[in-house]
Ligand binder design. Sequence first.
Ligand code: ZN
Length: 585
Amino acid sequence: MAYLALYRAWRPQRFADVVGQEHVRRTLQNALSEGRLAHAYLFSGPRGTGKTSLAKILAKAVNCERGPAPEPCNECDTCRQISEGRQLDVVEIDAASHRGVDEIRELRDKVKYAPTAVRYKVYIIDEVHMLTTEAFNALLKTLEEPPPHVLFILATTEPHKIPVTILSRCQRFDFARLSTRQIVERLQQIAASQGVEAVPEALQTIAHLADGGMRDALSLLDQVISFADGKVTEEEVLLVSGGIPRQDVVRFWQALSADGPQRLFELAQQWFEQGKEPAKVLEWLLDYGRWILLAKVSPELEEVQERLAYDPHLAELAETLPMDRTVAQMDLLRTAVQEMKWVEQPRIFLELTLLKMWRVAQQDAEATQADSAAQRVPPSEGDSPLAQLVQEVRQLRERVRQLESRLGDGSSMSGHSPVRVSSGGAVATGRKVGDSPNGALQRLLQESTPEWTRRVQERWEQVLRQVKQKRVFVHAWLVDGEVAAASREAVLLVFKTPIHRETTEKPANRQLIEAVMREVLGEPATFLTVMQAEWEQLQREGMDSAATKADNETAGQSPKPEDDPVVRKALEWFGDLVEIKRNRG
Ligand SMILES: [Zn+2]
């Protein structure tokens, strides 16, 4: 059997199989069951949204030997003939290929004869806006006095090109672009039935490239499957479609703010070596910029949520890149995408565009710095009441800082240099008034137990889920932190990257997370954060002091070291390692 393209093989055969277009299906099925069909329908909408598929299903439903019914049976001869394009009274005309002159003339001649084997003559005219004026006139004559046994289904991607006289004689349905989720679900179903493993990111990318059209999505999936050898990954989708890998695009947007222009040129160089088209490169950068802006402005949108679920960098960029700067850069990109069509040296043009975008970032950063510097300049009259007040506040702040750090040292775990620990926050309920950050951490470690830690660890997924529901960005940051210890009062989260930790600590974010903790855990309802490196240092210090204590006390034949609360705590946490140390010492 010849290979059947996926989009043909998976063409929906019943209303129930059509993805999306709920309003169209329902209205048509109601009309079918109540026997009040119009003579002419206009299906308008983007490519691949199911217009011709629905037209054929409608043609079958009105002519089905077991119907007319809200669904065709797909088993009777008539249904089969229509599915296979063999039913002579169901005529498909592609106005795009011949502009329809001959077909419409023939239509006009034959339309008056009743159908031979079926109830309705059905004319499906695809891309109807491509008809010539002459053909439109011929069609109009028929539509003005339609014979009772005829059903017209006109389909178009450009309804504004259809004469009003025709439009006014049709019942019109607007087909919506399919959502990414709708396409991905269908692709998943099809890939599974083909025995092909496809990672979600790959299908998301296909759906995104298809721009809401199922046919393009299926064609691309088809190509990737034949290329991919059993497993469909995002890289393969990008290779087949000529796209830029997501991590490259992310790197580009990161480099725009962080690095010098040489990083951008390196990326451009790399894309050239991989044979990417400069025009495509610009389009991909523009596309990702759109995601950044979307995620900044409305992170709660379904498509943004779907994207964030597999692209954590998007959240990071959306949080960190300033709005005005990104908009200005997008403007540059958008213009460049347009101009790229006419330039003679696309590579130079691309590099120039990247450089301009980098300059925008530079200038914006400089302006921001100048602004904050201006704010720091002391008032001109040094002895004005305001200046004195400012001075006093500064002194007070300094004093508080000194006191805090003294408190921290006094209670620090081992007398080593204090570890930077943050536990601040608007609702740090777990802390006693006057607790220093280090004090709070130390207390947490002393009061924590494996039971509490397990309890929190077991429910942390749930905390993350609820945080995500409330604010997907906060989740994107918080997810970097791991529950390392917990007491009845607080959880210790260990972070791998500083930006994730710092953003998690922002008062508004902390407040939200702690509210969720209260809801899910009851207690503990507050948290402290440390970096991975600091946590490892703490562990070493904890072991050192426990081991030292243990050694001293063993030597003096005093009560068993395990009775000492500090040692007991250390053993609980770092049990095996403490043993090893003692044996060595
Ligand atoms: Zn049938």
